[in-house]
Each structure stands twice: as structure tokens, then as C-alpha cells.
Design a protein around this ligand. Structure first.
Ligand SMILES: *Cc1c(COP(=O)(O)O)cnc(C)c1O
Length: 401
């Protein structure tokens, strides 16, 4: 066996220290449960930040992945990839979209969404229409385009010069949006529900208002459904609640159920500039990811599955109202939609998440002092009860300090 030399004169860890990691090491996952190396079982209301939409080690996904792994892992996009075709066909059949490009992540989906919007106007003979309107508190990934799009100091400081062409507006400010549209505006980019931004829901009326505004000015509406899509809100995609359709949509997280997979969905018109050679990816749309993606879609797009998400969301929401009433010194409000919920905390959300770990329940912090509850969509009623018990214990532990 090779002996690795430990360079103990170094201060930097061998893994670049860009994360604040909890001292937890999970070694196995099953449904809504994670097992820590010491044997403790944690109830997972984080799902890898809305990634494990069908829970951990779902038998259909394990079967899809292992069957594909035994046949073919990777071929270049120089060739036909039937699994990619099958997943694209499913997405086109189930959504507004006419065409799909596959990526490995949400931030890569953002890259293409931005390129697609600019190319659209370039090809229409308006190459100066390059600006994309975005909103405070948004998150679109960590690439150069992603951080420039979101624009927050926290993500951009030190990484300039930033990609130009983003106009940042206050969240949900219709008048500011109307005023910001000029003859250089290419598109509006928004999350129907902000995830990292603290589970802030854009009211249906506002999403409709943005659609109308885009139609009036002929500009493109780009929705980032990386976190709120794939059944999370009880519809396949969150914008369906508002009865509107985007021109371009970014998807990732839940679509691979834990396998790195993302996608950009678009109408034929919005995608018209993206001809052969204009974009590409080595791994995007690989057979492994798309085989798993097909299995995920087959479950989540089922009306009975989505009805189940809505029923459980009602149950969880109602119980969380009870929790707030019982523990007002810890939790003040619940916000969100479907199984994408945020609890506003009185102590710091980090303290609450950490106290949750002591009670073997996993939640995820977000902006606005919120803890996010993003359980697997497959969570059972009994697990919802168990989650409430553990959240209540967590609150009582904090109060007893
Ligand atoms: C997570 C997330 C992204 C970035 O996705 P990655 O896969 O981490 O690159 C973009 N937009 C939203 C809304 C997200 O939640």
C-alpha cells in the first residue's frame, strides 16, 4: 500500500477549508434516516439541502444506478445517449419546456441560463440587451456568473472583477422592477421561493406580475427552481402554483436524488440561439446521472406522489404551528410552501441547528435567522410526528439553558 506523507508543517487542512462543518460523519442513509459513525440515528430534515428528494438509498434509484453502472458509465456527448434522451423527453412532456440541456450542478445551469438569454438577443439583432435583473437575497450558485447574479457582498468580496450585466433590485419590489427595465434588459432571473435567502416565498401574484412585465417588454423570464423544484412544493415545479410559465428554468438538486445532475429547460424560442458548438459539458447528461434522473422523474411526476407531498406538507405545517405556539421563545413563525419550510428562530439559527444535532434531528440554517426543513418528499406521517417530538425537545433544551 502506498504510504502518504503527512506534511505537518502546514496550517491548511488537506481539504480546502471553505466549509464550516459540523463534527458529524454519516456512514449510511436509509429513507429519512442517517446513521452516524458512532451508531446514532439522525432524522434527516435537510436531505442534503433538498437533494435526496426520495430519501436515502431509495431502492428504485439504487437499481437504476447499479444497472447502468454495470453497462456504461460515461460516453462523450459526441455520441447519442439514450438515457439523456429519455430524461429530456420526460421533462419536456411534463413541463412548459421544449428542450433541455443537462449539467452536473445548479451553478452550471445558471451559467447556461445567462448565456442563453444573451445569445437570444444577440441573434435577434439586439446585442446590447445583455442585462439580467436579479433580486436581493437570491442564490444562484458559486460560479462567476452565479455570484455576480446574486450580487451579495458575502459571496462576491475579493472575487472581482465581477461578470457585468446584472441589475440588483430589492426582493419583491414590483415598482422598482418596472422602473429598472430598459432597452438593455435581456431577462429577469428569480427563485419562486428563495432557499438560501431564508425560505422567502414570492407570492403568486408577484410571479404573475413578473410574467406580465416580461411579456409587455418581450424580455425573458428565467426561474431558478434548483431548490424549490422537483416536487418540493407539491407541484412538479413551484411556478405551476401561479399558473404561469417561464422561458428558461434552472433545475438541479432533487432531480438527481443525490447523483450530481442539473438541467436547463427552455422554450424553443428562448433556446433558439443555442446551436451546435455554442455550449457543452463533458459530464453533463452522462448515462449514470440520466438513468437515475429518469427514475426520480418517474416517481415525482406521478400525480399520486405529488398529492402525497401536499397532504404531508399540510400535516407538517399544521404541527409546526403547534410547535410555535408551544415554544414561542424559540420559534416565531413558519414560512414556505409544501415540504420547503422555514422556521424563524429567536436564538441564533446556528444554535438551534446545533441543539437539533444533540437531539438527533438535522435541519439547515438559512438567511434571516431561519432554519430550513427540507425533508425527503418520502417522509412518512410517523416520521413527521417524530420530527415534531425532536424539534420540541430541541426547543426545550435551548430554553433550559
Ligand atoms: C443550490 C442552489 C444553486 C446552486 O446549485 P449547485 O448545485 O450547488 O451548483 C443555485 N440556485 C439555487 C436556488 C440553489 O438552491
Amino acid at each position: 500500500m502506498r504510504v502518504y506523507i503527512i506534511k505537518d508543517d502546514l496550517m491548511i487542512p488537506s481539504v480546502l477549508p471553505t466549509y464550516n462543518r459540523a463534527p458529524l460523519t454519516f456512514v449510511k442513509g436509509e429513507g429519512t434516516w442517517l446513521t452516524e459513525a458512532d451508531g446514532r440515528r439522525f432524522l434527516d430534515l435537510g436531505a442534503g439541502i433538498a437533494v435526496n428528494a426520495l430519501g436515502h438509498a431509495h431502492p428504485s434509484l439504487v437499481a437504476a444506478l447499479t444497472d447502468q453502472a454495470q453497462n456504461l458509465w460515461h460516453v462523450s456527448n459526441l455520441y447519442q445517449i439514450p438515457q439523456q434522451q429519455a430524461l429530456a423527453d420526460r421533462l419536456v412532456a411534463a413541463t412548459f419546456a421544449d428542450t433541455v440541456f443537462f449539467t452536473n450542478s445548479g451553478t452550471e445551469a445558471c451559467e447556461l441560463a445567462v448565456k442563453m438569454a444573451r445569445k437570444y438577443w444577440y441573434d435577434k439583432g439586439q446585442p446590447d440587451r445583455t442585462d439580467i435583473i436579479t433580486f436581493d437575497g437570491s442564490f444562484h450558485g458559486r460560479s462567476s456568473a452565479g455570484i455576480a447574479a446574486a450580487g451579495s457582498e458575502k459571496m462576491t468580496a475579493g472575487f472581482g472583477p465581477l461578470l457585468p450585466g446584472f441589475v440588483h433590485l430589492p426582493w419583491n419590489d414590483h415598482d422598482a422592477t418596472v422602473a429598472a427595465i430598459t432597452d438593455t434588459t435581456a431577462a429577469i432571473l428569480i427563485e419562486p421561493i428563495q432557499g438560501e435567502g431564508g425560505i422567502r416565498v414570492l407570492p403568486d401574484q408577484c410571479l404573475k406580475g413578473l410574467r406580465d412585465l416580461c411579456d409587455q417588454h418581450g424580455i425573458l423570464l428565467i426561474l431558478d427552481e434548483v431548490q424549490c423544484g422537483m416536487g418540493r412544493t407539491g407541484k412538479l415545479f413551484a411556478h405551476e402554483w401561479a399558473g404561469i410559465e417561464p422561458d428558461i428554468m434552472m433545475v438541479a438538486k432533487g432531480i438527481g436524488g443525490g447523483f450530481p445532475l442539473g438541467a436547463v429547460l427552455a422554450t424553443e424560442d428562448a433556446a433558439s440561439g443555442m446551436t451546435a458548438g455554442t455550449h457543452g459539458s463533458t459530464y453533463g447528461g452522462n448515462p449514470l446521472g440520466c438513468a437515475v434522473g429518469c427514475a426520480v422523474m418517474d416517481h415525482i411526476s406521478e400525480p399520486t406522489f405529488l398529492a402525497g407531498v401536499n397532504r404531508k406538507a399540510g400535516l407538517l405545517g399544521q404541527k409546526l404551528e403547534g410547535l410555535i405556539a408551544a415554544d414561542p421563545d424559540v420559534f416565531t413563525t413558519v414560512q414556505g410552501a409544501g415540504l420547503m419550510l422555514g422556521l424563524k428562530c429567536v436564538p441564533t439559527n446556528i444554535d438551534v441547528v446545533n441543539a437539533g444535532y444533540d437531539n438527533q434531528i438535522i435541519t439547515v440554517p438559512a438567511a434571516d435567522n431561519v432554519i430550513r426543513l427540507l425533508p425527503p418528499l418520502t417522509i412518512s406521517d410517523a416520521e413527521i410526528d417524530e420530527a415534531l417530538t425532536r424539534l420540541d425537545q430541541t426547543a426545550r433544551q435551548i430554553q433550559s439553558r
